[in-house]
Design a protein around this ligand. Structure first.
Ligand SMILES: Cc1cc2nc3c(=O)[nH]c(=O)nc-3n(C[C@H](O)[C@H](O)[C@H](O)COP(=O)(O)OP(=O)(O)OC[C@H]3O[C@@H](n4cnc5c(N)ncnc54)[C@H](O)[C@@H]3O)c2cc1C
Length: 451
């Protein structure tokens, strides 16, 4: 037995890590089991990294409540964790008369959702803000509170803070067996076996499979793929705000947005997918995305593409998140956190803490919070190389020290992908052509590193 805990969280995506942080900071003894070689092996690996206000979310939904609580908490803790914020705002742009007619309804919905600073812009006001937008853009809704964050440093910071509060994280620990006996669960996860009074299912794209340990799953995951095209850094100068389309019932649509790493990207698509492990890209879709970006901002025709990627949303047959406690089963379900979980994660964690307190007993007294800042990776902020050091990745200005640090500490990178997400190494213009061999060699020499 590898320990007895108050709570075991299954799944080390952004949602599981935010929950782990919250419960550990509440004074509970917690363990997290993640099947990947590193955290963020599922949906949380590839998203748009927008910090949403919830202006267009279904009114009265759990998703809206979690997003708004998550947005507010992110802003209140980010400086203590050294997490960035690219204050972009967003414009919902109408490209046809029909879309223009929908804009007042978007403002009304935003106000109903409590996002009161959302306002209509005339065509002239919109083009004054975004002079590079195509002339075919007719009008827009301004959403001042939508921003861009770092999709990987935030969950890493939540993990570090949870560990500082005593939580344990096991990777390469896929839960394959779970048994509730005598008021506690025994979870078998590869080489690891733990006992926990309460289990939280935060298994993302595999949430329905994991739910089957507790009951017939009330939701079924229907992965929805999103592909992205990332333009070279000069493109980021062409647009300031996040450019959103007028949303439809099914999707928020394809978005043009600056990334925290200094690029401009377009995506995601919304495609029903069979795969659950990793999203694949296809040439025709990527070409369509690139062409759409050029239609929106014609100057993009002169900027090259830097990278492509795809992510998988853990969508379900439900319209809302599924967050509930099963008191008779010592279980908390957190399922179907599809397209807003990066924003919603801290709010979801708050809901899980409340469910725990309501159904499973009083929370211990909260210890004073310990703050565990992570390295700053945002292009617009102070980066470590600015203090000097030996550069390994020349595209993204990553120092040897940053790589060494990411391979040590409380949660060293568990695979090459994890090392890239912790440092930006190999993610620039050459995609690792120049530094890849050296980065791989540093990884393989590290105590945790294996090819
Ligand atoms: C294309 C796209 C764009 C998006 N854009 C945004 C955005 O702009 N803003 C925003 O807020 N959100 C966005 N999202 C949503 C966000 O990325 C997801 O909501 C979030 O990542 C879901 O996190 P999760 O922790 O629930 O799931 P996951 O990240 O899938 O985590 C679940 C983890 O559980 C592990 N696991 C599964 N089964 C087991 C098992 N049996 N044992 C142990 N571990 C297991 C998996 O390996 C995985 O690491 C986007 C998502 C996508 C795909």
């Amino acid at each position: 037995m590898d320990g007895r805990f108050d709570v075991a969280v299954i799944g080390g995506g952004v949602v599981g890590l935010a929950i782990l942080r919250r419960l550990a900071m509440a004074g509970l003894s917690c363990v997290l089991l993640e099947k990947g070689a590193d955290i963020l092996s599922g949906a949380s690996k590839g998203n748009s990294a927008l910090l949403h206000t919830g202006f267009d979310a279904p009114h009265g939904s759990t998703e809206l409540a979690c997003m708004q609580a998550g947005h507010a908490e992110y802003l209140s803790i980010r400086e203590k964790l050294n997490l960035p914020l690219l204050e972009t705002s967003a414009l919902v742009v109408a490209w046809s008369e029909e879309e223009r007619a929908a804009l007042p309804g978007i403002v009304a919905k935003a106000h109903k959702n409590g996002v009161k600073d959302v306002a209509l812009l005339t065509r002239a006001e919109m083009h004054r803000r975004e002079p590079r937008l195509a002339a075919s853009a007719l009008a827009a809704v301004l959403v001042p509170g939508e921003h861009v964050i770092d999709p990987w440093s935030s969950p890493l910071a939540y993990a570090h803070q949870a560990i500082a509060h005593g939580a344990v994280i096991h990777r390469k620990a896929e839960v394959r067996g779970a048994e509730l006996r005598g008021g506690a669960w025994t979870l078998s996860a590869g080489d690891v076996t733990v006992e926990a009074a309460i289990v939280v299912n935060a298994a993302g794209l595999f949430g329905d499979h994991v739910e089957a340990f507790a009951r017939a799953s009330p939701f079924h995951i229907k992965p929805r793929k999103g592909q992205f095209v990332v333009f070279d850094k000069p493109a980021a100068r062409l647009v300031r705000a996040i450019i959103l389309p007028v949303p439809t019932e099914r999707t928020k649509g394809v978005v043009l947005f600056r990334t925290i790493f200094g690029n401009l990207a377009i995506g995601p698509t919304a495609e029903e997918a069979e795969e659950r492990e990793a999203g694949t890209c296809d040439g025709a879709t990527l070409q369509r995305l690139q062409a759409r970006a050029i239609e929106m901002v014609p100057d993009l025709a002169h900027v090259g593409v830097n990278a492509i990627y795809a992510g998988l949303r853990p969508a379900t047959d439900h319209k809302d998140y599924v967050i509930e406690a099963l008191p008779g089963r010592n279980w908390i379900t957190v399922g179907g956190i599809r397209s807003t979980g990066l924003t919603g994660s801290l709010g979801i964690a708050g809901q899980v803490e409340a469910l725990y307190a309501r159904h499973f007993g009083k929370l211990p007294r909260k210890p004073a919070p310990l703050w565990t800042p992570v390295p700053m990776l945002a292009e617009h902020d102070n980066r470590p190389y600015q203090q000097g050091g030996d550069i390994v990745c020349h595209c993204e200005w990553v120092t040897r020290q940053e790589i060494t640090d990411a391979l040590t500490g409380p949660l060293p990178a568990g695979d090459l992908g994890g090392l890239k997400r912790r440092t930006r190494a190999m993610m620039g213009r050459c995609q690792g052509f120049n530094c890849g061999a050296e980065v791989r060699s540093l990884f393989e020499k590290a105590p945790h590193g294996k090819a």
